[in-house]
Design a protein around this ligand. Structure first.
Ligand code: SF4
Ligand code: SF4
Length: 301
């Protein structure tokens, strides 16, 4: 999920300037704006047609060549694929299999593919190179088939966990779903909704009771996850703070355009197909009032 609509992936806390030089560079790749679901809380909700105009389905070989050049320049990268539904991207299996030879992949998926397809996909990627973040969307996904696929991914050691969006009208299901997923030995994370609901802006408009329900559902999560959730529910001011987005991290649009981060899409910094693509050499001040998603790149003060 992404755009005005991406299913957020749990983020670790702010980066330290003293992060090891050998830490892999990271990219968030909005592979395409297309999905077989139509969740009302999706960043792309109401904008699918407009966003789809940015989709460019370049040949797999062209993408692999571009990402190979990244490997040569920056070493093995972590590539998060988190826009639309990646498994509906044409030739996604070939693309992921090729990419996993040189990079680590984190894929956010609604797990709507068939179980057999998931097995085929997992057999094609490099062992240890792929992590799946499974998002459960109760308006579209059936519980039992979803669980089966999540358990398959878990058995193969590729599942990071199951996530659920705290869309206000769905929030009352959160605790019950968490109990059901936990009973199946699956971890269940909750992510704040970002967008408009009944004319109100979220997460700002969560009531205290809704915030409490979100934090209650997250009970038992790691301290890092709890801290991330706190930030996502009530983002801090970031304008002027130094951030390593654009230096150690960048976003890639489906047409190859590169941006500093998901909040800087008005200001491209290059193109993934450009052999001379240059990232910043040092952290730079954030230009946004607050950061809803990629705040882990802020330099810790
Ligand atoms: S599954 Fe994800 S990308 Fe698809 S509509 Fe739902 S939130 Fe959006
Ligand atoms: S919005 Fe600001 S803090 Fe967030 S990733 Fe972008 S530059 Fe960094």
């Amino acid at each position: 999920m992404r755009g005005a609509a991406k299913t957020p992936v749990a983020q670790p806390p702010a980066a330290d300037t003293a992060a090891p030089a050998a830490a892999p560079i990271e990219f968030s790749w909005d592979i395409h704006h297309a999905c077989n679901y139509r969740c009302p809380y999706c960043f792309s909700h109401g904008h699918w047609e407009e966003l789809a105009r940015m989709n460019r389905y370049f040949p797999v070989a062209k993408w692999l060549e571009a990402w190979h050049a990244i490997r040569l320049r920056h070493g093995r990268a972590r590539i998060k694929i988190a826009c639309g539904e990646p498994f509906t991207y044409p030739a996604f299996f070939d693309l992921a299999a090729g990419l996993s030879q040189e990079h680590s992949l984190e894929i956010v998926t609604n797990l709507s593919c068939r179980k057999e397809e998931l097995s085929t996909f997992l057999a094609g990627v490099s062992p240890g190179a792929v992590t799946l973040y499974a998002s459960f969307h109760p308006r579209f996904a059936e519980f039992e088939p979803f669980i089966e696929k999540a358990l398959l991914a878990k058995a193969q050691g590729v599942l990071a966990g199951v996530n659920f969006v705290a869309y206000p009208p769905d929030l009352e299901q959160a605790q019950r779903l968490k109990a059901s997923f936990n009973a199946a030995s699956l971890t269940f994370g909750i992510l704040p909704f970002r967008g408009m609901y009944h004319g109100a802006v979220y997460p700002d408009s969560y009531t205290e009771a809704e915030k409490q329900a979100i934090h209650e559902t997250a009970r038992g999560a790691s301290p890092k996850q709890v801290e991330n959730l706190r930030w996502m529910v009530e983002p801090e001011r970031t304008r002027g703070r130094l951030c390593r987005a654009g230096q150690a991290f960048a976003c890639v649009e489906s047409d190859g355009t590169v941006f500093r981060c998901g909040e800087s899409k008005h200001k491209p910094i290059g193109c993934i197909f450009d052999q001379n693509l240059a990232l910043s050499e040092e952290p730079r001040p954030c230009e946004k009032e607050s950061c809803p998603c990629e705040f882990r790149w802020l330099v810790r003060e």
